[in-house]
Design a protein around this ligand. Sequence first.
Ligand code: ARG
Length: 571
Amino acid sequence: MNSKAYMMEELSRLWPELEKSQIEEGLEVPKDKKMGDLAFPCFRLAKTMHKAPNLIAQDLKNKLEGEPIFEKVEVVGPYLNMTVDKTWLAGFVLSQFDEAEKEGKAYGSSDEGNGKTVVLDYSSINVAKPFHIGHLRTTVIGNSLTRIHQFLGYHTFSINYLGDWGTQFGKMVVAYRKWGDEEMVKKDGIRYLVSLYVRFHQEAEKDPSLDDEARAAFTSMEHGDKEALSLWKYFIEISLKDVQKVYRVLDVKFDSYQGESYFWDKTDELIRQLQEKGLLKDSEGAKIVDLSDYNMPPCLILKKDGSTLYATRDIASAMYRKKTFDFYKNLYITGLEQNLHFDQWFRVVDLMGYDWAKDLVHIPYGLITLKDGKLSTRSGNVIWLEDLLNEAIAKTKAIMQEKNPNLENMDKVAEEVGVGAVVFHDLFNNRIKEVTFDWDEVLNFDGETGPYVQYTYARASSVLAKAGWDKTELHESANMACLTDEYSQEVLKLIEAFPGKVKEALSKYEPYVITRYTVALATAYNRFYHENAILSAEDKVREARLKLTDVTTKVLKQGLYLIGVHAPEQM
Ligand code: ARG
């Protein structure tokens, strides 16, 4: 419960003559801080109570006499103005934190999602294609949304829906048969596979018969050609093994890698239903669902040769997920260039009469670009995610060697800070906004960055370590009255805001709400730290300030965790 809700309970207990709803609807936050934290206008009550508003206000005021919640209660015309007692607020916020921890629930978590399963489809890489910096966003947004859902009690199921089927695999098979070298695969993994793919395209420009060969190879895969399929499986294996390195440093895990190939031949039921419902139309030999009533181009279901498409497989897999998980929501995190694709097939599911179409959610995000140029696969300007993260780690290590050369576990910390900086930067703005990648900005230890928040966490942790702080609960001897200065109060208000921020992040599917929150809390704590003596303060004051420091570190760590960033104790 937050202090507002608590006050509401108290007021309705102290003012039995009023309905709770009357109090709730009446309470205002005055624009002018001098008027207090809360105002209750009484003129609306005058009619039913047959009394002048200022007299009603006076009556209500009398009933608040001696209540510790308010520092000052004043009648101003028809208003009752109330100022919350800062000492009370400090004790309240910190004990709310303790209560949650005592019950074994992390502060800010909840059980609102209990019994509900949310499927999250993210990262969803393409086999034998580059895992490049463009995949960073889907991966980190998806990971954060997974953690936020879990924190609020949802059961989650994360799917890396592999792009592991389609005509490009015919090309890969042909390329590998012609030029493939197992030693090179062992050495360069996915990068070597991509180079074969590039070579195929170069050679096919000179010799178009290669394309026919590739088409034939893919058809043979569809007919179960063992040799071609075993090559294809090999490509998947290599790709998955290679990307694990990136998932490990990002600390991202999936429950399933079931991708497109699983569904290519499991669309009969879908086709039957579309036919039965009169939704399937012929169009130059292909089968489509007409969406002109919805101002969209038709959704292609089957090609002329009867093979399935991206949308067909997505619909089949959504039906499968509904059957398997009975999901509460099924979330798809992709670039916004796929908006139309999702709009189209979500509409098809709706036209099929499935009410769960409303639970399919596309969560789009804007492009990521480099400060010095757009990223494009074709021009060969691919930036592999692995390289980018390694560079972040190396740059961070160089900074640390300068700032704190004696740091223990330098490599581990550099990894957590370097990677954390990249993730944090990616999740700093709302999803739709484009991200421009600029090293100076990402790794700035003083800006609104991951390293800044991590550094604040490490600093606060070292205060606790120096103090030998080992308490969990607020001690009675702590002097809450020393937490009434504006800096302490700002930290307290932010701590109190944390549970609401987590809920807001989930309801908007926007991790940035938490990212920005951690910056605000870190900034407030740093001010508090500069303005107040902690270790050298007298016992009771020291106790209270250490407690505030302790709670801040825990909330910062939790916030960082929810966006997928580690919080090293030292840096
Ligand atoms: N593999 C696709 C791509 O890289 C993303 C897949 C997203 N998920 C889905 N169910 N369509 O563009």
